[in-house]
Design a protein around this ligand. Sequence first.
Ligand SMILES: C[S@@+](CC[C@H](N)C(=O)[O-])C[C@H]1O[C@@H](n2cnc3c(N)ncnc32)[C@H](O)[C@@H]1O
Length: 179
Amino acid sequence: MALNKYMHPRNVYKDRKPNFKKLAEKYEEFHKHVLHDDHGTVQIDFKKPECLRALSWALLKDDFNLDVLMPLDRLIPTIPLRLNYILWLEDILDRETETICGIDIGTGASCVYPLLGAKKNGWSFIATESDGTNYQYAKKNVENNQMTDKIKGLNVWHPHHPVPGTTQENYLPEEYSVH
Ligand SMILES: C[S@@+](CC[C@H](N)C(=O)[O-])C[C@H]1O[C@@H](n2cnc3c(N)ncnc32)[C@H](O)[C@@H]1O
């Protein structure tokens, strides 16, 4: 995990390495994937996707009260880095603006940027995704975290025109529009 000088100054993970022992004590989902060495140190195997998923899940749960499903055969987001990006966005956005709506093109199965932005800052999002499985997971994650009022999901299918409605052929028919 990148805990280095490029981390945003307000990133909670900048100087606070995730405490695997505490997370394992608190969450069975994480506990299942930890290894104990002879000195009692708790570690995880970063080469295993199920361990990475358990860590991302636990951090989202513990630090943001988000419960996020992530399929093992898709990208598992690294939470400190995703948070970095949200913090950079905070820096460039006008804090006086009351309504902020972002568009996340390629939101992934986790829908991590919209979920973090909505939870942390109350921002709204349009989240697009071209992969059917990722889209279904993203939709479920938005619903499970009671974010349907903040995050609208769009299943776009034309890979070369990522924003729906920008060309004739990727105009969304009614049944592809979720909310
Ligand atoms: C590298 S992943 C990033 C996922 C997520 N944003 C994250 O940072 O964890 C890129 C995602 O974009 C989706 N994607 C690729 N081309 C797209 C397009 N033209 N429109 C919408 N989604 C697209 C892929 O299916 C994939 O889920």
